[in-house]
Design a binder for this molecule. Structure first.
Ligand SMILES: C[S@@+](CC[C@H](N)C(=O)[O-])C[C@H]1O[C@@H](n2cnc3c(N)ncnc32)[C@H](O)[C@@H]1O
Length: 234
């Protein structure tokens, strides 16, 4: 089974189980939202272009669109099933939203964007592809633009990783995840390629980002970001 098929299959139930599978759901997405660019002058209605990589059912994009009325969002995902749910979720926002069914590593994406965001998707890429994607995101941003990734990260040592995973299993059990739902999740997790936070922060700097930092962490969940250098003042 491919990653596309796994997410197509999960697309119907994906949203209703999110809070159970992401124990820190509210704080995690709120931290990512807090990092988005906002108009500095009251009444500035200029569009803020946001690209969402691996947008899935549009869960994060919907929060972004609700929080900032100037946002025009481009959602990219390789699963038609997940995008179908996004289409339903964002019905009525047609003028602010563009859905693209494609692999974000190779898709034809017309920048520049003021923000490139991603939630719980980049951890599916092999390390070399993560580095390639960071360079790509940097190139798609306008000067001063921000890259924000809310994602799962690997513990710094095997022991830390084991602790995070055991804790997550207890939390999901307490939240009421059934053995069947966990078996489904494990099929998706077969496509996980977790990397430490430290490595990813270093790769962002290597790609040219500045102000690189992790702004939120809850065990295996992290929100980190970097900014494309602003153009020098004339
Ligand atoms: C766990 S879901 C996250 C969805 C959404 N961002 C959220 O926060 O709920 C991961 C999504 O990434 C997509 N994905 C994974 N690798 C991708 C790639 N290379 N190109 C486009 N989409 C990808 C999957 O199809 C899936 O919809």
């Amino acid at each position: 089974m491919s990653i596309q098929q796994v997410f197509d299959q999960a697309s119907q139930e994906y949203d209703q189980l999110r809070r159970k599978f992401v124990p820190c759901f509210d704080d995690f997405y709120a931290a990512a939202l807090s990092l988005l660019p906002r108009p500095t002058v009251c009444g500035d209605e200029r569009p803020i272009r946001v690209l969402d990589l691996g947008a899935g059912t549009g869960l994060f994009s919907a929060m972004v669109l609700a929080a900032i009325s100037q946002v025009r969002a481009t959602l990219v995902d390789l699963s038609p099933g997940m995008l179908e749910q996004a289409h339903r979720r964002l019905a009525g926002l047609d003028e602010r939203v563009c859905l693209i069914e494609a692999d974000y590593l190779t898709a034809d994406l017309a920048g520049p964007f003021q923000a490139v965001v991603s939630a719980l998707s980049i951890h599916h890429l092999e390390d070399a592809d993560k580095r390639r994607l960071f360079a790509r995101a940097h190139g798609l941003l306008s000067p001063g633009g921000v890259f924000i990734n809310a994602d799962q990260v690997l513990g710094a040592t095997p022991q830390v990783q084991e602790f995070h995973h055991a804790l997550w299993l207890r939390q999901t059990h307490q939240a009421g995840i059934t053995p069947g739902q966990m078996a489904e999740a494990r099929r998706r997790m077969a496509f996980d390629r977790l990397t430490t936070l430290e490595d990813q922060l270093a790769w962002l700097r290597e790609a040219g980002f500045v102000d690189v930092d992790c702004h939120y962490r809850n065990y295996g969940f992290a929100v980190y970001a970097g900014r494309r250098q602003s153009a020098p003042a004339l």
